[in-house]
Structures are given as C-alpha cells and as structure tokens.
Design a protein around this ligand. Structure first.
Ligand code: AMP
Length: 280
C-alpha cells in the first residue's frame, strides 16, 4: 500500500492504470475509519483491480459554526485499517493542495440538494459535490462506492454524475450498524455514555416505522408522527428535521410508494448531529 499526498501524483498513477485497462474502485472518506467505511473498501476490493481510498476532511462542506476543527482524526489507525482491507493507494491530500490560492469554481446540484440536510446545512452539498468531482477527476475511478447512510449525498452525487456525463459508476452500499442498531459514524465518538444510549432513538424510531409498514400502516403523516413522538421522548435529542421523500427525487411524498419511500432524519444528541434513514 502506498500513501500519496500530491493531487498531481495520484492523477498520474491513476491515468497509467486506466490506460492499461485496469479497473479502479474508489472510496472517498473523511477518515476516522470504521466498519462502514471498511465495508465499502471490501466491496471495492472484490470488484476492482486497483482500490483507492481518499482521506480528506473537506473544509468546503462545513459551515463556519460546524465541527471542522474538531472532526476526529486518526491517521495511524486509518492506515492500519486500509492496509487490512488491502487498499492499493491512500490519497491523503492537504486542504491547500485541493484548494490552492485563487481557487474559484463551484459545483451546485439543484433540487435534490435543497431539502433535508441541504435545508438545514445550506452550503453543505455544494462543498460535497465540488470535492467529489475534483476527487473523481484526480482518481478517475471506474466505480465509486458511497454509503446509503448518507442517502441524500448518494442522490446528489448520482444526479451530478448523470447531469455532467461523468463516466463513473456510482454504487450505494447499505448502512452498517452497531449491534444495537445505531448507524456507524465517525461522529459517534463525540457521544458520552448517556448520549450514546439516547442516540438509539434514531434507529429505533425508524425500526418502528418499518414494523408498522409491514403491518400495513401506510399513512405517512402517522408514520412521521410516530418518529417525532419517539424522538421527543428522549430528553437529550433535539430534532433537526424528519422528512419523508421520494428516494430518487428527494421530493416530499404525500402518499406511500412501495420501495421508493425514504424516511430520513437528522437529530442533535447533545451537540452531536446524527443522521439516519429508512427506505421502505
Ligand atoms: P465519511 O467519512 O463520513 O464522509 O463517509 C465516507 C463514506 O462512507 C460515505 O460514502 C459514507 O456514506 C460512508 N459511510 C459512513 N458511515 C457508513 C455506514 N455506517 N454504513 C455504510 N457506509 C457508511
């Protein structure tokens, strides 16, 4: 495994592999790797000749009041995990090399990026789309793997790739969870033991929706109301949003549509903002 810091160098290496007809599987991350990230890497490993992991805490997707400066980092641990998953190259750029002085280009995806996380974090997806497109141009992957825990992010990237004719296959990977149901996230490390227990309200409220739909309840108002009442019972939880949307367009749904109905939520547990979702 090699660690590459320079954008120019990773681009040169990847161009050589592609010109030899090798497939490149790419997993972009912000590091502090956990089993969710490792699952993406394992799938990439199975499906591609060359596996590239990027670790970059992207400043443009954080608003000034968010947790950029305290975002968890563990370079040594990340590299050990990457080695374990048989990653070929770790791309580990500095913010200055990705956004040099006089950088002035934006990438804005419109409708699918506007509600939910885009509603409460209005600059977030512009930063995500920008960095992902830049990483795609550097790594030139055949296929890129994204977690469906960040369902709206997956939709935004898929839309961007379609709209801009980016020749990369985008694969969504189901959410990896802790044994008790909490969606794995690098931000879970912020939670103290009491908050860790409270954080279960997210996955549990969605599990209740799943059970209700299975029993035949399809009234979206009632289902969303069920999520809200489960969350407000939890004193440490503060709701950022609860949405029920079409999983492909991110447009709010009035009626249940089998296989397309996405319940998505963002909740502050103490100061930590967590997200989760359920597709039914
Ligand atoms: P992050 O480092 O949080 O930006 O995540 C990097 C990639 O890993 C994104 O595609 C995430 O959706 C994905 N990911 C994060 N957590 C999970 C999880 N629990 N299960 C599956 N994928 C995940």
């Amino acid at each position: 495994m090699r660690v590459i810091y320079s954008p120019q160098q990773i681009q040169k290496i990847c161009l050589q592999f592609r010109s030899k007809g090798k497939s490149i599987g790419f997993v972009p991350t912000m590091g502090y790797l956990h089993e969710g990230h490792q699952t993406l890497l394992r799938i990439a490993r199975k499906k591609s000749d060359i596996v590239i992991l990027s670790i970059f805490v992207n400043p443009t997707q954080f608003a000034p009041n968010e947790d950029l400066s305290r975002y968890p980092r563990d370079t040594k641990g990340d590299l050990a995990k990457a080695r374990k998953e048989k990653v070929d190259f770790v791309f580990f750029p500095t913010p200055e090399s990705i956004y040099p002085e006089n950088f002035q280009t934006q990438v804005r995806v419109e409708k699918v990026a506007q509600g939910m996380c885009g509603g409460t974090r209005p600059t977030h997806f512009a930063g995500v789309a920008l960095v992902v497109l830049k990483l795609f141009n550097l790594v030139q992957p055949t296929t890129a793997y994204f977690g469906l825990k960040d369902f709206q992010q997956f939709t935004v990237i898929s839309q961007m790739v379609r709209d801009l004719n980016v020749p990369i296959k985008i694969v969504g990977v189901p959410t990896v969870r802790e044994k008790d149901g909490l969606a794995m996230s690098s931000r879970n490390v912020y939670l103290n033991p009491e908050e860790r227990k409270a954080a279960l309200a997210l996955s549990q409220s969605l599990a209740e929706v799943k059970a209700k739909v299975k029993k035949g309840e399809v009234n979206l108002f009632n289902l969303v109301d069920g999520i809200r009442s489960r969350l407000v019972r939890e004193p440490l939880a503060q709701i950022d949003y609860i949405s029920c949307v079409d999983a492909y367009t991110m447009v709010p749904l009035q009626k249940y549509q089998k296989g397309k109905t996405l319940f998505a939520l963002a909740v502050f547990i103490g100061k930590t903002r967590l997200i989760d979702n359920l597709l039914v």
